[in-house]
Write a protein of this length. Structure first.
Length: 487
């Protein structure tokens, strides 16, 4: 059973919590002209700047989580009803085609609906240590995306939608939100649509005429660039290095430590191995990884428990989500309260002020949990985008090519009891080799550093940890977050 959270050792960690709240601004001045280069007017976000609190009635939202009723008002009279500060188009990005009769939100002079391929939300990238699949796209890739669909995130209202309601389409909708928010799109210009097309077409004010059998053709005429967006939101991503720094030296069960690590992989009955992704069953191994388990201190909460899966995969109410986060309620009717899934007493799960770190196998399911905490509940949330695909790759275990994935003395090994509860896969033939960039890299923040550079941000000084030095891989020691402008 996944146990509760992590412990922050007193040495160094009293200041870490303060830095987590202001991780993008340090005394060297991430907001100064010298440090930000050509983006001298940019704003380096704190982890507490990213989240937004939804209205109790989701119909009242004009960004974040919106309903079909809000979308209907916009479609009917965009010029008169669009939110304050929006001067461009209404752009709907569907992750799939909707059901028959509800294929696409209908386009008009001010509304464009595009079908986006799954591959356009992600990119395989190296963090300096390992190449990982399904990461947030690079600056070049997202600017190509903006050009393809003619989107200007500084002017347009961007709505991420499922199309056909489903778990995976909800996940892709979350990755849409994550990609835009990470690259600096203001929350006032970004929304996710609550429910699949057919559900909102029969349960909200939308009419059959508001749907179309065809999507808009990409105009291929965009000129906007994320380089021009003033917000720097890279703090939304937690790197491998960040995760290693916040994890305790043992899998302890202590409360009110300021960190809430949400493992979103589970989707079934607790204690049954394959559904719970427990580390004691070979059937739980995923993506031909070398180990299975979880980082110390992680909690497993079912991502489906915060969705109304029979109601268009809409999000449950704020009160229901809060109760589940608290560990008080059985929100999906399976006979297990959140506390049962976490192995903690009722009321002893999320604690006020905690920063949420969420992940799954490839940070798809975690997009649902992250929307719940960061867009609905207004809780500071970071995504470990490398996820367990990355984490369970970084071991000294021999793969099918006869070579160990990492050498025994690599500082980036996660197959250590000091940072992981894990089980080694027993058959090398079932372990795929991984693309290791540098087993002895000084930092695992290469993706964030690359993205900061694309935005014109120059990090002042080294990205290595300042208390304890080195790579930041001591596994629960007393290291500070290493990237002052967003890692």
């Amino acid at each position: 059973m996944f146990k509760l959270k992590q412990i922050l050792l007193q040495k160094g960690h009293g200041t870490m919590l303060l830095l987590l709240a202001s991780i993008a601004l340090v005394v060297t001045g991430c907001g100064t002209e010298n440090d930000l280069g050509k983006s001298s007017g940019a704003t380096a976000a704190k982890v507490t700047d990213i989240p937004q609190v939804s209205a109790d009635n989701y119909d009242d939202n004009v960004n974040g989580l919106i309903t079909g009723n809000t979308l209907k008002r916009w479609i009917d009279n965009w010029e008169a009803s669009r939110p304050a500060g929006i001067t461009g188009r209404l752009v709907v990005l569907q992750t799939s085609t909707g059901e028959a009769g509800y294929e696409y939100i209908a386009s008009n002079a001010n509304v464009s609906t595009y079908l986006v391929a799954p591959s356009e939300w992600i990119e395989s990238r190296s963090n300096g240590v390992i190449e990982t699949i399904s990461m947030v796209p690079s600056g070049r890739v997202i600017d190509t995306f903006l050009a393809k669909y003619g989107i200007d995130p500084a002017k347009d209202m961007i709505v991420c939608a499922q199309g056909t309601a489903g778990n995976f389409n909800s996940m892709k909708m979350g990755r849409c939100w994550y990609m835009f928010r990470y690259w600096g799109t203001a929350k006032e210009h970004l929304a996710v649509l609550n429910g699949g097309n057919q559900w909102i077409g029969t349960n909200t004010d939308l009419l059959p005429a508001d749907f179309s059998a065809t999507a808009s053709a990409p105009p291929l005429n965009g000129t906007a660039s994320v380089k021009d967006l003033p917000q720097i939101n890279m703090v939304l991503q937690a790197s491998l290095e960040d995760m290693m720094n916040i994890i305790p030296a043992q899998d302890v069960n202590l409360l009110k430590d300021g960190i809430f690590i949400w493992d979103a992989r589970g989707n079934g009955t607790p204690g049954t191995g394959s559904n719970e992704y427990s580390p004691d069953d070979d059937t739980d191994f995923r993506n031909s990884g070398s180990t299975q388990g979880h980082p110390n201190g992680a909690l497993m909460l079912q991502y489906t428990s915060i969705l109304n899966t029979s109601e268009g995969h809409t999000y449950k109410s704020k009160a229901e989500i809060q109760s589940y986060l608290d560990g008080n309620s059985d929100t999906n009717g399976d006979g297990f309260a959140g506390a049962d899934l976490m192995g903690v007493g009722a009321g002893n799960a999320y604690q006020s002020g905690d920063v949420v770190y969420t992940y799954c196998e490839t940070t798809y399911r975690a997009m649902i949990t992250g929307i719940a905490t960061g867009v609905i509940m207004g809780l500071p949330t970071r995504f470990y985008d490398g996820a367990m695909y990355e984490w369970h790759s970084l071991s000294n275990v021999v793969a099918s090519d006869g070579n160990a994935i990492l050498p025994w003395d690599s500082p980036w090994r996660t197959d250590k009891s000091s940072i992981s509860m894990f089980l080694q896969y027993s058959d090398p033939a079932g372990i795929n080799p991984r693309n290791i960039t540098n087993a002895y890299a000084a930092s695992a923040n290469a993706i964030i550093d690359e993205d900061l550079s694309y935005k014109g941000v120059t990090v002042n000084g080294s990205n290595t940890a300042v208390d304890g030095g080195g790579s930041g891989s001591s596994g629960g020691g007393n290291l500070l977050p290493p990237n002052p402008c967003g890692g």
